[in-house]
Design a protein around this ligand. Structure first.
Ligand SMILES: *Cc1c(COP(=O)(O)O)cnc(C)c1O
Length: 374
């Protein structure tokens, strides 16, 4: 089936006595046993599993063409479950512009447990030189945050298969509708469901989908169920509801971002636009081959420095100045000031999450803010 059909039907397998057409919200924390000690409803205790979470996990599994999924209470908890599942002393390779929250996690919580090389994974040729005897995993993020770099998933999978490594892919910017890393050879796909999957900036969550239910996956499932960083039934209910419109929302995000990127790329007050859909993007051809469209995120380098970037983000009216992404409303952010003093993000970079407002209004708003800088 196609994503539009999966999105609407794959989470609806929960049977209810009242004949609900959509899955009801099931808040019970505990479930009845039968006289033999079994659980006729298939659930025992809601940290271990519950109907709404099973519905979400089934839906994500099908959308990503995987074997199983684990839902978590945040994207950070999902990523952390992968790092926790690795043996202490393991070495991992991660992108130099890895999502800031994961980089912080690895450098603080895992500082004495794992060793990490942060490298530019867009240059596939140089990667093998970093593989050590204790290397177990390459973590990629594509498109990346906030530079919108694109990593060649198939090429990376050739390397990880040759060296018997895990390939994990943070696919948050793409959503399951634009790219399916498992079909390109990844072992694990990670999403912050807070972003496009939730899509309305009102639920925090994360998920992992695996290509196969192997030993690593058993350790991850154990971390989910025994570690307990699980989403609530209501979070899962909201996500299943949101996913029904995900394929159509993604079309709108992609169309608006593409038009805005082209407008900004021609604008005299703009130095550069990072958007994988622009033919000027260094990995445009890879993006074209592994994604069905180019997403709703772009970054723009305005002429001048910090002050000009601040002027623009402080003077737009429709774009809300806030972090995060993937919601129906457009967001704008001066990324370097969010990341703090040790950031490598350029001071004139503005990150934009292009929402579903009318594109003419978005362009007019950006244009009047750019007119204020010199
Ligand atoms: C937001 C985000 C995360 C972290 O997810 P949370 O839900 O905020 O914990 C991880 N990776 C990327 C690319 C993100 O944008």
């Amino acid at each position: 089936m196609k994503p539009e059909t999966i999105a609407i039907h794959a989470g609806n397998f929960v049977k209810s006595a009242t004949g609900d057409v959509t899955p009801p919200l099931s808040l019970s924390t505990t479930y009845l046993r039968d006289e033999n000690g079994g659980y006729p409803g298939g659930h025992m205790y809601s940290r271990v599993s519950n109907p709404n979470r099973s519905s979400l996990e089934q839906l994500l599994t099908e959308l990503e063409h995987g074997a199983e999924a684990c839902a978590f209470s945040s994207g950070n908890a999902a990523g952390m479950a992968v790092f926790q599942a690795l043996k202490p002393g393991s070495h991992i390779i991660a992108p130099d512009d890895m999502y800031w929250g994961f980089k912080k996690q690895l450098q603080s919580i895992f500082a004495d447990i794992l060793t990490i090389d942060f490298i530019d994974l867009t240059h596939t040729e140089g990667i093998e030189a970093y593989i050590q005897p204790n290397t177990v995993m390459i973590w990629i993020e594509t498109p990346s945050n906030p530079l919108l770099k694109v990593t060649d998933i198939s090429a990376l999978s050739t390397i990880t298969k040759k060296h018997n490594l895990i390939l994990a892919c943070d696919s948050t910017f793409a959503s399951p509708c634009l790219q399916n890393p498992i079909t390109l050879g990844a072992d694990i796909v990670m999403h912050s469901t807070t972003k496009y999957i939730g899509g309305h900036s009102d639920v925090l969550g994360g998920a992992l989908v695996t290509a196969k239910a192997d030993d690593l996956w058993a350790r991850i499932r154990n971390i989910q169920q025994i570690g307990g960083a699980v989403p609530s039934p209501f979070d899962c209910f909201l996500l299943v509801r949101s996913i029904k419109t995900l394929p159509y929302r993604m079309r709108g995000h992609c169309a608006n971002a593409n038009t805005l990127a082209n407008f900004l790329a021609q604008h005299p007050k703009v130095d550069a636009v990072y958007y994988p859909g622009l033919t000027s993007h260094p990995q445009h051809s890879i993006a074209k081959s592994q994604m069905s469209d180019f997403g709703g995120m772009l970054s723009v380098l305005v002429k001048g420095g910090f002050d000009n970037a601040k002027t623009v983000v402080n003077n737009v009216h429709i774009f809300a100045q806030a972090t995060s992404l993937g919601g129906v409303e457009s967001l704008i952010e001066h990324r370097a000031s969010v990341e703090g003093p040790d950031t490598k993000t350029p001071q004139n970079l503005i990150r934009v999450s292009v929402g579903l407002e009318h594109i003419d209004d978005l362009i007019a708003d950006f244009d009047q803010a750019l007119a204020l800088i010199n």
